[in-house]
Design a protein around this ligand. Sequence first.
Ligand SMILES: NC(=O)c1ccc[n+]([C@@H]2O[C@H](COP(=O)([O-])OP(=O)(O)OC[C@H]3O[C@@H](n4cnc5c(N)ncnc54)[C@H](OP(=O)(O)O)[C@@H]3O)[C@@H](O)[C@H]2O)c1
Length: 312
Amino acid sequence: MELRRLGESGLLVSAVGLGTNNFAGRLHDEAARLVLNEALDQGVTFIDTADVYGRGSEEGTGGSESQLGRLLAGRRNRFVLATKVGMPMTESPLERGSSRRWILAEVENSLRRLRTDYIDLYQIHSPDPQTPIEETLRALDDLVRSGKVRYVGHSNFAGWQVADADWTARTEHLTRPISAQMHYNLLNRGIQAEVIPACEAHGLGIIPYFPLESGFLTGKYKAGGEGHGRLAESARAGEIMSPANFERIGALEALAQERGHSLLDLAFGWLLSQPIVASVIASASTPEQVRANVAAAEWRLSEAEMESAAAL
Ligand SMILES: NC(=O)c1ccc[n+]([C@@H]2O[C@H](COP(=O)([O-])OP(=O)(O)OC[C@H]3O[C@@H](n4cnc5c(N)ncnc54)[C@H](OP(=O)(O)O)[C@@H]3O)[C@@H](O)[C@H]2O)c1
């Protein structure tokens, strides 16, 4: 497994990571254990979760972290563990966002659920318009200094917010964010306009989420309604499985096949051919999916192939 530096930091993450927003909710402990064991066997060491994952499951919000805590017991140090804070955990306006008060409280909850005394990458899940970025960065900096958090990152920031956070951290001598987790895949390239240039200028690595557009980029869903999985049951199904997107998928699959590859190879390869992309954190339902995803991550596209894919 290729290891990549996350941004300009010294943190090495596996080029294929594992997202766990399906843990606790869609995967019970035994199914999740199989996925995690296979990931480790395949050299996947970067795991992404969030305090909020598990919402709607029996275990409730925090379920993904709690399940990971159970499954990582005794082997925590073999993984680079990323989690997030900021999404609403309850109805209360006090239990969300990135105020100093909430970050310092919620990190303790995440550490307890994950059964660890440190988080490798602590990410602000989304911008909080109510809290000055300096307050957020200072709280994160305190966590780094205390040893509870090793590195900090953010997610869903606009380009100007990436720049603002970095400049604030630099001028205030606070820990600088090293990563931006963003919705990014062959079908969804909105971050190319502002966020990627901002990350390049400020030395952040990109962690693409929804790298398979929730499974659509595996090619298993067909226009006639064939194919099942979480996307078919999701609120995003109608928007993603549109006639126009089926047409794009067809063209992308043809491009991959002309070069002896699959659509899945193209989905991973297109992301990993961009040096700014650090780790592709697809979730998986089964060990077979983990294996397929790791095998799909080999292809590095030429510049001409990248341009052809981008034109579709
Ligand atoms: N920062 C944020 O705001 C944010 C938002 C969303 C997600 N995330 C992170 O990004 C991670 C990935 O997102 P995601 O899981 O929602 O989307 P995704 O990675 O695009 O899709 C993953 C889903 O596709 C299916 N799949 C995966 N590999 C497959 C294969 N080889 N063959 C066939 N089907 C396959 C599985 O579902 P089925 O088997 O059910 O089809 C799997 O759960 C999350 O776990 C989370 O860590 C972050």
